[in-house]
Write a protein that binds this ligand. Structure first.
Ligand code: NAP
Length: 252
C-alpha cells in the first residue's frame, strides 16, 4: 500500500520545524523517511505518522557524516523505493560575537548547516537526475541576510541559498527542482524558554509582531513541492522581517 506513495526524506525530523514538515508531507500523501540523530526520537515520529494513518520509515544518520548519509539513502531506497523529495532541515544554531568564534565553533556549525546539505543533496539528486524527477527544499534562515552574533550561522545559511540557485540551474534540464525556505523567528520551545523581556524585544523586530508557527514553515515547503514551475527560489516565512528588521540588540 505504502509503496505507491512518493518517498520524502526529511532531515532533522525528530523535532521542531522538521517534525512539522514530516507530519505535513505524510498528510499530503508521501511516505516519509524520518531522519534525525536520535533513534528513539526517530522511532517516535515515525510511529506518530503511522498512527495518524500515514506511512513512515526511520532513517537515523548524522547528516554531517557523508558516509553515513550515503548508507542512509541506500537503506531508504532498499526499503521504500526512490527518494522523490529531499527536505534539508537538520540544522544547529550558533550565536557568538566574532571575538568568540573559534575554529571548532565555526566548523561545527558549518559541518551540519552547510556540509550536511551538500552530502544529502549530492546523494539524493543522482537518482533524481536519472529518473528525471525530483525536488529538493532546503531550510535556510532569514539570518543569512545578517544578524548580530551569527557570522557562522549566516555564512552556512547563505551558503545553502547559493547552492540552491546553482543547483536549480544545473538540474533544471533533468526536471529536478531545487528551492529553499528562510524562516524567521519561529515558535519553538527554545523561543518560549527565553525571558519575557528579551522575547518582547525580539518580536519587535518582526513587522507582523508575532513568531511564525512550525506548520506555517511546513506549508511553505509543501507549496514549493507542488509548484512545478518554481525552481531556484528562496521563500521567506518571517513575518516581513526580510523587508525590514529593527535590531533587538546592537552589541558585538
Ligand atoms: P530543532 O528543534 O533543534 O530541530 C533540529 C533537529 O535536527 C533536531 O532534532 C536535531 O537533533 C537534528 N539534528 C541536529 N544535527 C543533526 C545532524 N548532524 N544530523 C541529523 N539531525 C540533526 O531546530 P528547529 O528550530 O526546528 O530548526 C530546524 C531548521 O530550521 C534548522 O535548519 C534551523 O537552522 C532552521 N531555522 C529555524 C528557525 C527557528 O526559529 N526555529 C529559524 C530559522 C531557521 P538534536 O536535537 O539532537 O541536535
Amino acid at each position: 500500500m505504502s509503496e505507491t506513495r512518493p518517498v520524502a526524506l526529511v532531515t532533522g525530523a525528530g523535532s521542531g520545524i522538521g517534525a512539522a514538515i514530516a507530519r505535513r508531507l505524510a498528510a499530503d500523501g508521501h511516505l516519509v523517511a524520518v531522519n534525525d540523530l536520535d533513534e528513539s526520537r526517530v522511532a517516535a515520529m515515525a510511529g506518530e505518522i503511522e498512527a495518524a494513518g500515514g506511512s513512515a520509515i526511520p532513517a537515523v544518520a548524522d547528516v554531517s557524516d557523508s558516509a553515513a548519509v550515503d548508507a542512509m539513502f541506500d537503506a531508504v531506497e532498499a526499503a521504500a523505493g526512490p527518494v522523490e523529495v529531499l527536505v534539508n532541515n537538520a540544522g544547529i544554531g550558533g550565536n557568538a560575537a566574532i571575538r568568540n568564534v573559534t575554529d571548532d565553533f565555526w566548523e561545527r556549525v558549518l559541518s551540519v548547516d552547510l556540509h550536511g546539505v551538500l552530502y544529502c543533496t549530492r546523494r539524493a539528486v543522482g537518482p533524481m537526475r536519472e529518473r528525471r524527477s525530483g525536488s529538493v527544499v532546503t531550510i535556510s534562515s532569514r539570518a543569512w541576510l545578517g544578524w548580530w552574533g551569527q557570522s557562522a550561522y549566516a555564512a552556512a545559511k547563505a551558503g545553502v541559498v547559493g547552492m540552491t540557485r546553482a543547483l536549480a540551474l544545473e538540474l533544471a534540464s533533468r526536471n529536478v527542482r531545487v528551492n529553499a525556505v528562510a524562516p524567521g523567528i519561529i515558535d519553538t520551545p527554545l523561543l518560549r524558554d527565553r525571558d519575557p523581556e528579551r522575547l518582547e524585544r525580539l518580536l519587535k523586530s518582526v513587522p507582523l509582531g508575532r513568531p511564525g508557527r512550525v506548520e506555517e514553515v511546513a506549508a511553505a515547503v509543501a507549496f514549493l513541492l507542488r509548484s512545478r514551475a518554481i525552481t531556484g527560489q528562496l521563500l521567506y516565512v518571517c513575518g516581513g522581517k526580510s523587508v525590514y528588521a529593527y535590531p533587538d540588540w546592537k552589541d558585538a
